[in-house]
Design a protein around this ligand. Structure first.
Ligand SMILES: [Zn+2]
Ligand SMILES: [Zn+2]
Length: 141
């Protein structure tokens, strides 16, 4: 179960909703990051549970030449955003799962430089220490 807190800067009133650390839920894990370009905090999805799909067998027939295909790996899954996984429906009837790992990335642009942000840490706008509200803003699993 993960918790999202409201963080507030006492100096410039910057507000962010973030877990403030690494949080692990049932279906995914998040890590709070600060984007140096956006100067904002984000919860980045770093681990996501996806249904295990059985490898396709015999789909293309045995007579076809296999050149090229063997070296072709599927494109890496796009890094999901925290709201998108939070709103995802729970899997039904899926027995097997596997975890996919992601590098923490800024949801605005994957080219932005990000750093791990762990409470208590600095306001990305002005550098003061952000204050964490005592009650979780949101609890998710
Ligand atoms: Zn500030
Ligand atoms: Zn950014």
């Amino acid at each position: 179960v993960g918790r999202t807190y409201l963080f507030e800067c006492p100096r410039c009133c910057y507000q962010a909703k973030a877990s403030g650390c690494k949080e692990r839920g049932f279906l995914f894990s998040v890590q709070t990051i600060v984007c140096l370009e956006c100067r904002s905090l984000y919860d980045a999805v770093i681990r996501l549970k996806i249904p295990e799909t059985s490898p396709a067998t015999g789909k293309f027939g045995s007579g076809l030449p296999k050149f090229g295909l063997a070296n072709q790996s599927p494109p890496p899954p796009k890094t999901p955003t925290f709201p998108s996984v939070l709103n995802r429906l729970a899997f039904r009837g899926v027995q097997r799962f596997r975890w996919v790992e992601f590098k923490p990335k800024c949801p605005v642009s994957s080219l932005h430089r990000v750093e791990i942000w762990t409470d208590p840490d600095k306001c990305p706008k002005c550098g003061s220490i952000l204050e964490k509200h005592p009650l979780p803003y949101r609890i998710w699993d």
